[in-house]
Design a protein around this ligand. Structure first.
Ligand SMILES: [Fe+2]
Length: 308
């Protein structure tokens, strides 16, 4: 095993190579991958040769995989529910012209943390490129540990013990999806501390997300302002970088110490086919096996039926 690590920023992000991700990892290699992941937060693996099946098998070595929401009455684009579809394609593989789907996906271009709207969150996201647009469509990452460490002491004290309320529907609304404030509120929130200890590294991290609606116990406007202030701080140039993709490239990020956002691209004319697996926090089986489907069903959202 010969893991080669090339840092992207001095404290955050690395291009890693030297092992074959298409084969099962031995225990030592698995630990080395996790150690690199923990230290750098984001790891980029070029030209992996992964397929849908080996992408899933590789991911499963790190914990319980979430299932993508099952659409009602619509064929799923992939044979495997472990693959979240981060493409602009419809089930037949052509560029989607469904305006609701486009508005729903637009929220992914806001800085966010995957699944922060779930009580049991996602720990690792593993995104594999199958097709990349000619321009744009990159992913931006932000370092939530360095950002926390660099906050003024007075700010660290001001936010200690605060908890944010997160909703998928809030980030969808922000992206342009047609929802009222009342509809967002009625669908409920997951609540998470604004600062937590990143378990694998022992470092403290901000836990922010575009899904974060407000702060528990604060007037809504004050909570929104605090979230905006912290997000602006954490996404300053010294904490962020972007990665661009070619088919076969895999990026892995730790959702408990990073934020990310998708870069814009010409989504009506260029294909972007990215597929993501999501490792559940702590490998926990305490949540429903199908918690993403449950979330959409409970909200009564069907992207493929016109809203009344
Ligand atoms: Fe995301």
């Amino acid at each position: 095993m010969n893991l080669i690590v090339r840092p992207i920023l001095p404290r955050f992000g690395a291009e890693v190579s030297g092992i074959d991700l298409t084969k099962p990892l031995d225990a030592e290699t698995r630990e080395a991958v996790l150690a690199a992941q923990s230290r750098w937060g984001v790891t980029m693996w070029r030209d992996t040769g992964l397929t849908d099946e080996t992408h899933i098998a590789f991911s499963r070595q790190f914990g319980h995989l979430e299932l993508a929401p099952a659409p009602s009455g619509k064929p799923y684009r992939h044979a495997h529910r472990e693959l979240f579809d981060a493409s602009n394609l419809d089930a037949s593989g052509t560029i989607s012209t469904n305006e609701l789907v486009r508005l729903h996906n637009r929220g992914n271009q806001i800085w966010h943390t995957d699944a922060s709207f779930m009580p049991v969150r996602t720990e690792l996201s593993l995104l594999l490129c199958h097709e990349a647009p000619a321009a744009g469509g990159e992913t931006w990452f932000a370092d939530m540990r360095a950002a926390y460490e660099d906050l003024p002491r007075s700010t660290q004290e001001r936010i200690a013990g605060l908890r944010a309320r997160h909703s998928l529907w809030w980030s969808r609304k922000r992206g342009g999806f047609p929802l009222t404030d009342e509809e967002v509120d009625a669908r409920g929130y997951a609540v998470h501390p604004l600062v937590h200890v990143h378990r694998r590294s022992g470092r403290q991290a901000l836990y922010l997300s575009g899904h974060a609606r407000d702060i528990e116990g604060l007037p809504r406007a004050q909570g929104e302002a605090l979230l905006a202030e912290l997000t602006a701080f954490a996404t300053q140039p010294q904490y962020v970088f972007s990665v661009s993709y070619a088919p076969g490239d895999l990026v892995i990020w730790d959702d408990l110490c990073t934020m990310h956002r998708g870069g814009e691209f010409d989504e009506l004319h260029h294909r972007r086919d990215m597929r993501r697996t999501s490792v559940r926090e702590g490998g926990s089986a305490e949540a429903s096996a199908d918690q993403f489907t449950d979330l959409y069903r409970a909200a009564g959202v069907d992207l493929h039926k016109p809203r009344r």
